[in-house]
Design a protein. Structure first.
Length: 275
């Protein structure tokens, strides 16, 4: 009974901050079964790369997208999709009734990866629109007031590394793109609140309170948080930062088994709303 109650709390966005900080998010079968059939079908699509599907156990795409309230008739902007881990889920799901916009990096290898993926399979990606988000000069990632949701997965720490003003400007771009009542969904590597703030500029981890501060500075309201991507095994103090963990495994063979046993990082999953 306790697990069914917890799953309902997650999907309703009612889990308390303390519980969200410490609960292990892996394998929440009840929440998975209760999620949107459209999301579940998109995640189960066998056209997704096997290497991407292998990470579902860490990234919980069904529960995460359901928590953000994503529906197939929405306009959704994904920030910096890179190689397209979530593009493979979102673009086909939104293709017929909604719109998927990839707000990609400025020209370089990550934008090229997005463009290559989109060109690789017109049956899934022919309606994808690619725009640009440059933290050094944020512009329109979508027509103002057009998006139902803006989603950013493991990117806010990068924006902060470009400077606090740049990070604030990026959140303003998110705010501008959204309709009133629209959702900003954020997932990022979580730095414990008692750690040195300087680590946010070097470790790849960011404090949840910093994400909230940046979002609120742009006018957003924190609506809910979910523990679905929490990982208590992650101590967030690795010698090479978050990149020491899978999937990067920056240390190569050094302590590889140890880091694989930890899995991907502990992550904050936050839902903000534009009033």
């Amino acid at each position: 009974m306790r697990h069914r109650i917890f799953a309902a709390m997650v999907l309703a966005g009612l889990a308390t901050p303390a519980f969200a900080q410490h609960h292990q998010g892996h394998g929440d079968h009840a929440a998975h079964m209760a999620a949107s059939p459209s999301i579940a079908a998109a995640v189960a699509d066998t056209r997704r790369k096997d290497s991407n599907r292998a990470r579902d156990q860490y990234r919980h795409p069904v529960e995460t997208l359901d928590f953000f309230g994503i529906k197939p008739d929405q306009t959704v902007v994904e920030i910096w999709p890179g190689g397209g881990w979530y593009t493979e889920i979102l673009a086909p799901m939104l293709r017929d009734k909604g719109h998927y916009i990839a707000a990609a990096q400025p020209p370089g290898k990550y934008r090229a990866a997005t463009e290559t993926l989109v060109a690789s399979d017109p049956a899934r990606f022919d309606k994808v629109r690619i725009t640009t988000l440059d933290p050094k000069a944020p512009g329109d990632i979508a027509p103002a007031g057009s998006a139902d949701a803006v989603l950013t997965f493991r990117n806010v720490h990068n924006f902060l590394m470009a400077g606090d003003d740049a990070a604030k400007a990026v959140f303003v771009s998110f705010y501008k793109a959204l309709k009133p009542g629209g959702v900003l969904g954020v997932v990022d590597h979580r730095l414990p609140e008692d750690r040195d703030p300087a680590l946010e500029k070097s470790s790849g981890y960011i404090k949840q309170s910093t994400i909230v501060r940046l979002a609120e500075s742009a006018g957003f309201r924190l609506a809910a948080e979910s523990p679905v991507n929490a990982n208590p095994k992650d101590t967030a103090d690795h010698p090479g930062g978050v990149w020491t963990l899978p999937p990067t495994l920056a240390k190569g063979e050094e302590d590889r088994a140890k880091y694989q046993a930890i899995g991907e990082s502990d992550r904050a999953t936050l839902k903000f709303v534009k009033p």
